[in-house]
Design a protein around this ligand. Sequence first.
Ligand code: SF4
Ligand code: SF4
Length: 220
Amino acid sequence: MIISTPKGREELEALLKDYRSLFLIGCGACATVCKVGGEDEVFATQEWLEETGREVVGSMILEEACHIMRSARELRRCKAQVEEADALLVLSCGAGVQSISNCVEKRVLTGVNSLFLGNIRRFGEFEEKCSLCGECILNETAGICPVTNCAKGLLNGPCGGLEDGHCEVDEERECTWLKIHERLEKQQRQGVFDRAVEAKDWSKKFRPGQHQLDKNEEKK
Ligand code: SF4
Ligand code: SF4
C-alpha cells in the first residue's frame, strides 16, 4: 500500500488561503489505513475548514481514489456540489489525487504527502520493502531486497563498512547483505553470489509510468 502523511495545518492554511468553498474527498483504501484520508480525517478536516471560515459544499470517501474510472463515476454523482466549490481538497496519495484531477477541470489540491510503497508491520507501523525498481532480483536474494533495504542499494554487497553484523550507515540495523547471505546459506544455495550482478538499468523504473503518461497525452 501507499504510505502517506498529512500535510500540516500551517501548510494547508497557506495552500487554501484563496479558497472559500471546498469539496472534500477521502480514500477508503491506503489513505484510510494510514489515517490520512478515512472518515475520521475527512470529518476532522471538515470541522477545521469550517472553523477557519470556509464552507464545505460536500464530501465523499472514494472506495479507492487511485481507480480512475470509478473515481470519475463517483464524482459525476456529485457534479453540482463539485461545480459549487472553489476547489477540491483530496486526502489521498498522489495517485488518487491524479485520478481526480484527471476528470475535473476544477483546481484539485492535495492535503497529503505520499511517502513510499509500504508493508504494514502492525497498525500504524509501516516498512518500506520494495522501491519498485522494475527489475526484481528477489529470486536470487532469498526474498530480501537489497535495492531498498541496503543503505547504499548495493547489488554485489556487502560493502566494507559492515561491523558486527550491522550497517555502517545505521548501526541499529542489521546489514541487509549479511541477512541475504545467511538466508541463502540456510536454503543451501548460492543465489546472487554465483555471479557479478550488472549495474541496474534504472530506465526500467520509469518506463511504465512514463509510457502511460505519453498515452494519456496522445488521447487528449
Ligand atoms: S529488487 Fe526491485 S522490484 Fe524487487 S523488491 Fe527490490 S526494489 Fe522491488
Ligand atoms: S553495511 Fe550492509 S546494509 Fe549497510 S550499506 Fe553496507 S552492505 Fe548495505
